[in-house]
Design a protein around this ligand. Structure first.
Ligand code: ADP
Length: 163
């Protein structure tokens, strides 16, 4: 990998991966030479899907995009970005609420290591979708198939049953 190869890191919780995430992955893959999609492990949170399950789903969803790698990490996102050679963080923006939080996060990350953040606006048809909303709807027995791909809906249903 030469210095002309631009690697971006798309970090997130992806609990579960949604159509919104898939859209950002596709569009990010078209913008950078290499895109690392990384599931952030937060031991303090009690996730619905295991990190391994989220990675497997993301790999399935990114299938066919040859320049996308799926990984996981613990600790600071900027440290992981340095480890995987990413000079850019990719984030999706759904709303002004996202912008308020994301802009402060981006400035913090740039202050830490100089890493830049590139924002991609959510596609209008997916802008309402969030992992927490999907989990809530699924928990209450609602239909999540308009918000997540079929393989994710199946994994969420199975995880709910195990609870
Ligand atoms: P985090 O806990 O890091 O916010 P998420 O999995 O909720 O993890 O989101 C990861 C990234 O994907 C964030 O940049 C978020 O704004 C973006 N994102 C989440 N949902 C959508 C969506 N529906 N459309 C576009 N981007 C999204």
């Amino acid at each position: 990998m030469g210095s002309s190869c631009r690697t971006a890191l798309y970090p997130g919780t992806f609990d579960p991966p949604t159509f919104g995430h898939v859209d950002i992955i596709r569009r990010g893959a078209a913008m950078f030479d290499e895109l690392v999609v990384a599931v952030g492990e937060n031991p303090a949170k009690k996730p619905l899907l295991t990190v391994a399950a989220r990675m497997e789903l993301l790999r399935e969803l990114a299938g066919g995009l040859g320049t996308v790698r799926v990984e996981s990490y613990e600790g600071l996102t900027v440290d992981y970005a340095a480890r995987c050679g990413a000079t850019v963080l990719l984030r999706g923006l759904r709303s002004v609420t996202d912008f308020d939080y994301e802009s402060r996060l981006a400035l913090t990350n740039r202050a830490l290591t100089g890493v830049e953040t590139v924002f991609v606006p959510a596609d209008a048809q997916y802008a309402f979708i969030s992992g927490s909303l999907v989990r809530d709807v699924a928990r209450l027995g609602g239909d999540i198939t308009s918000m997540v791909p079929a393989c994710v809906a199946e994994a969420v249903r199975a995880a709910m049953k195990r609870r």
